[in-house]
Design a protein around this ligand. Structure first.
Ligand SMILES: Cc1cc2nc3c(=O)[nH]c(=O)nc-3n(C[C@H](O)[C@H](O)[C@H](O)COP(=O)(O)OP(=O)(O)OC[C@H]3O[C@@H](n4cnc5c(N)ncnc54)[C@H](O)[C@@H]3O)c2cc1C
Length: 379
């Protein structure tokens, strides 16, 4: 590729920031816009496949510095008795861990800082108003009235993607899965040295994952039939009620340390997979704009990072945009579909447990290990 390609990335979340980083040293002219770039949520697990992609783009070291290891699957009864404990094998020859957990804000800071060090900024507060395509470009009018011509437009604008709605139509929308989650950060507790989940009655599940800087990423998931939502105070009182069911030694402390409502992120889980191809002309989707999965396999962001990595590789290796997008699609669809199906199956199995997490627990450790091994396959 000799002439510099003009690429617009709509959305500076995990997918958009990773793509911009993957292209930051390439012969491309990048523009990155975001309507309101604030990471939503508290913590995030990143599996080895995501770390491998980040390593390629010089981002692994800061991510590892900001992360805690998360190499076990540990499920407990409400009183803390172990139901299932299995270790994630460290792959031979892989110099970094196969799974870590970190704060979403730390990840966003790392991805944004390396861009600004390369002189790439984010145009905040604007988005696309109109996209018109001819045979060799996409002409975008922004909400601030500017109009620009791009060789490629990348929709990295999340599960409710405006790019997708404008260019692909309104038919692809994430549908509810009958479960929701509350996420927050709580002060560290010395006895919580590795990630654990506690399975309670009525389909309740609590997760506690230690982070660096003496913090814990905490979450509660719950079938949505039992959730009411009427302001943050109600969310907090629902969480207090939920936590009251649990008698593991640290439960009372977690309950006492619950933050104010605004620091608790609540959201129903949903799913969607845009059928192949994820492009129309020169407009292409990555991350949650193309596929939304529940958090049960910790794979949504990892797949978004892989999308960005593969799209950057194809766009820089091929002189034809059409060929690059076709190859991107060929490398992504089945892999993402597998991650999505695995996550959805686990979510639905929890709902179907109908609130009775009797042993054996709903996660099959053999299936989990098979899935982790699949993630390590080359993409
Ligand atoms: C409870 C929960 C826990 C999760 N835990 C994990 C986990 O542990 N591991 C994992 O791999 N995944 C996890 N995920 C999934 C993960 O969060 C998503 O898959 C990931 O954030 C997708 O990244 P993205 O960049 O595609 O979208 P987003 O992170 O949603 O980013 C989209 C960006 O686009 C911007 N935007 C939106 N609309 C516009 C617009 N019109 N114009 C311009 N910009 C716009 C937004 O401001 C945002 O910055 C979890 C999800 C949930 C709900």
């Amino acid at each position: 590729m000799t002439t510099s390609r003009r690429i617009l990335i709509v959305g500076a979340g995990i997918a958009g920031l990773t793509l911009a980083n993957a292209l930051r040293h390439e012969n491309v002219d990048l523009r990155l816009v975001d309507i309101d770039p604030r990471p939503v949520g508290s913590g995030i697990g990143l599996s080895g496949n995501a770390l491998r992609a980040l390593e390629t783009h010089g981002l692994l070291d800061p991510v590892l510095e900001g992360s805690s290891l998360s190499m076990t699957l540990h499920m407990c009864e409400p009183d803390g008795t172990t139901l299932l404990y299995t270790e994630r094998l460290q792959p031979e020859g892989q110099a970094f861990p196969d799974n870590v957990v970190l704060s979403r804000h730390v990840l966003a800071d790392i991805l944004t800082r390396s861009l600004s060090e390369s002189g790439i900024g984010i145009d905040v507060g604007i988005t696309i108003a109109e996209v018109n395509q001819d045979s060799d470009s996409a002409v975008v009018t922004f909400t601030n009235g500017e109009t620009e011509r791009f060789d490629v437009v990348v929709g990295a604008d999340g599960f409710n993607s405006l790019t997708r709605r404008k260019v692909f139509g309104e038919e692809f929308r994430a549908g509810p899965l009958g479960q929701a989650g509350y996420r927050w950060l709580t002060p560290g507790i010395s006895s919580i040295t590795h990630g654990r989940m506690y399975l309670g009655a009525n389909g309740l599940k609590i997760g506690l994952y230690p982070l660096p800087d003496d913090q814990i990423y905490a979450f509660i998931t719950k079938p949505t039939g039992r959730i009411t939502r009427d302001g943050d105070l109600l969310v907090r009182s629902e969480m207090e009620d939920a936590l009251a069911q649990f008698t593991f030694p640290e439960a009372a402390r977690i309950r006492a340390d619950l933050p104010q409502g605004r620091d608790i992120h609540f959201g129903p889980f949903s799913t969607m997979l845009v059928p192949s191809p994820w492009y129309r002309g020169r407009v292409v989707l990555i991350g949650d704009a193309a596929h939304v999965m529940p958090p049960h396999a910790s794979s949504g962001a990892a797949m978004a990072i892989e999308d960005a990595h593969v799209l950057a590789a194809e766009l820089t290796a091929r002189s034809s945009v059409e060929e690059a997008l076709e190859r991107y699609m060929g490398r992504r669809f089945l892999r993402v579909q597998r991650a999505l199906r695995y996550s959805v199956r686990q979510c639905l199995a929890e709902n179907a447990a109908g609130g009775d997490f009797e042993p054996p627990p709903v996660v099959d450790p053999g299936e989990a290990k098979e899935y982790w091994a699949y993630l390590r396959e080359p993409i």
